[in-house]
Design a protein around this ligand. Sequence first.
Ligand code: SF4
Ligand code: SF4
Length: 93
Amino acid sequence: MGVFTETILADARACTACMACELACGFHWSKKMDPSRSTIRVHRNDATGLVDIQVLEGCNACNGFETPFCVSVCAPRVLSLGRKRSANAAQVR
Ligand code: SF4
Ligand code: SF4
């Protein structure tokens, strides 16, 4: 049995790179519209159109809120709350 913690899962295929999640997360941390404080990062490659979404260390899955800020503002439902194995559990590759 592993130990699991809540985390944000992302399916970047439907992401429009609207950046609403970065703004919402930045607000979560700073109470300002400051995406530089966000623990989620979205990068769209303009040449390929591909989007990369990274959830950074420090994300606490908006602990204490029923729905994480980033999930609640993501219209295409790219983001969801899921679970991952904790670092002290066996790694599965
Ligand atoms: S809010 Fe959703 S659609 Fe917009 S950039 Fe973030 S993940 Fe992509
Ligand atoms: S779950 Fe909360 S802390 Fe984590 S990336 Fe989303 S808004 Fe930021």
